[in-house]
Design a protein around this ligand. Structure first.
Ligand SMILES: C=C1C[C@]23C[C@H]1CC[C@H]2[C@@]12CCC[C@@](C)(C(=O)O1)[C@H]2[C@@H]3C(=O)O
Ligand SMILES: O=C(O)CCC(=O)C(=O)O
Ligand SMILES: [Fe+2]
Length: 352
């Protein structure tokens, strides 16, 4: 199934860029997966230390009466925060992690049965992002949109797919609720009326299960290369015992976003950057492999807007100084992104 419908059809992905290596059989890191050139900066500042002080992404209690202001500051400064008191139970987070592990621990041939087609975005494989890097990443992913998981789960476990489906259904439901709540808080924090949505059913929303397998030499590999996500915001659950996620900030370089018990990471994506008229940066992030022995899992929920929705900067705030972006439809932006990745935003920027 293709949530970006015609968008993917116009930008098919080459087969060899979709198929991951069989990580279970790897003894040494193959040449294709060495990202050594990146590592001059990679391990700098592993403790997020700056002039003796620890820097870290804000952790915000969503029930805190001051939450709105804290969200605004975090989004403006980092394009990212972690939230607690988000209403998603620890049990559900554990269950979705368990089900993700079940997918990735299947034999390679079994996972290949649900390999993502070149012009689709659901199923197993490297992320689309792989098109833009000359080296391959140390991860495997499984992308779900709508109820695509039903069809895939039946292929993965012909007689035993219900458990997976129940958990994914429940997770999508909870994430949609949390997403609606976060959207409302974020728009309120910006003093922007929530966008009117004529066809709320066509929202682009995707769920990405990511696995970063154990790695014989984690000093040379990249889990997921630097990128921004395209839509409004991402809600990310990372497995509790494995770090790896980093966000880029000019003054500091790469800052680690370490797992905090029960917190979910929220990051600003490109469309929110545009709607906020660049007051909120779209978080540039990547994931390193920090551990040789342990698999790291993350579950990313991408919260979007309807494909035909036109986004444009909201200008009614003090010292606004005019729009920084041209209006653009969500599907047009998605298309630019598939073609140009992080350069996509610059095509929407107004030139004066
Ligand atoms: C709804 C989405 C959002 C997608 C495409 C589609 C499904 C999977 C998402 C990701 C996940 C990995 C990074 C990214 C950059 C990628 O390559 O695939 C994301 C992309 C985007 O944010 O553009
Ligand atoms: O695994 C992570 O921490 C990041 C995953 C991510 O950036 C993505 O799925 O878009
Ligand atoms: Fe991402």
């Amino acid at each position: 199934m293709s949530l970006l419908s015609n968008v993917d059809k116009d930008h098919p992905m080459q087969h060899h860029l979709i198929v991951p290596i069989d990580f279970s059989s790897i003894k040494n890191v193959p040449e294709s997966h060495i990202w050594a050139q990146c590592f001059e900066d990679a391990k700098i500042n592993p403790d997020n230390e700056k002039s003796g002080a620890l820097i870290s992404i804000p952790i915000i209690d969503l029930e805190d009466p001051k939450a709105l202001g804290l969200i605004f500051n975090a989004c403006e400064t980092w394009g990212m925060f972690q939230d607690t008191n988000h209403g998603v139970s620890k049990e559900l987070l554990d269950q979705v992690e368990f089900q993700a592990k079940n997918v990735f621990n299947l034999p390679f041939e079994q996972k290949m049965k649900v390999l993502r087609a070149p012009d689709e975005d659901t199923g197993y494989g490297y992320p689309r992002l792989a098109l833009f890097f000359s080296n391959q990443m140390w991860n495997e992913g499984f992308t779900i949109t709508g109820n695509s998981y039903y069809h895939d789960a039946k292929k993965l476990w012909p007689n035993d797919f219900e458990g997976f489906c129940e958990v994914i259904f429940e997770y999508q439901t909870r994430m949609k609720d949390l997403g609606d709540k976060l959207k409302s808080l974020i728009f309120k924090s910006l003093n922007i009326p929530e966008p009117e949505e004529a066809t709320p059913k066509d929202h682009i929303i995707a769920l990405n299960l990511n696995s970063y397998p154990p790695c014989p030499d984690s000093t040379q590999t990249m889990g997921i290369g630097p990128h921004t996500d395209s839509l409004l915001f991402t809600i990310l659950h990372q497995s509790g015992n494995a770090s790896g996620l980093q966000v880029y900030k000019d003054e500091f370089g790469w800052v680690s976003v370490n797992p905090h018990p029960c917190a979910l990471v929220v990051n600003v994506e490109d469309l929110l950057h545009i709607i906020s008229n660049a007051r909120f940066p779209s978080a540039i992030h990547r994931a390193l492999i920090n551990n040789k022995q342990k698999q790291r899992l993350s579950i990313a929920y991408f919260y979007g807007l309807p494909l035909d929705f036109e986004v444009s900067p909201f200008l009614d705030y003090p010292n606004c100084g005019g729009p920084q972006f041209k209006p653009i439809k969500v599907k047009e932006y998605a298309s630019l992104k598939l073609k140009y990745l992080d350069l996509a935003v610059s095509f929407v920027r107004k030139s004066y």
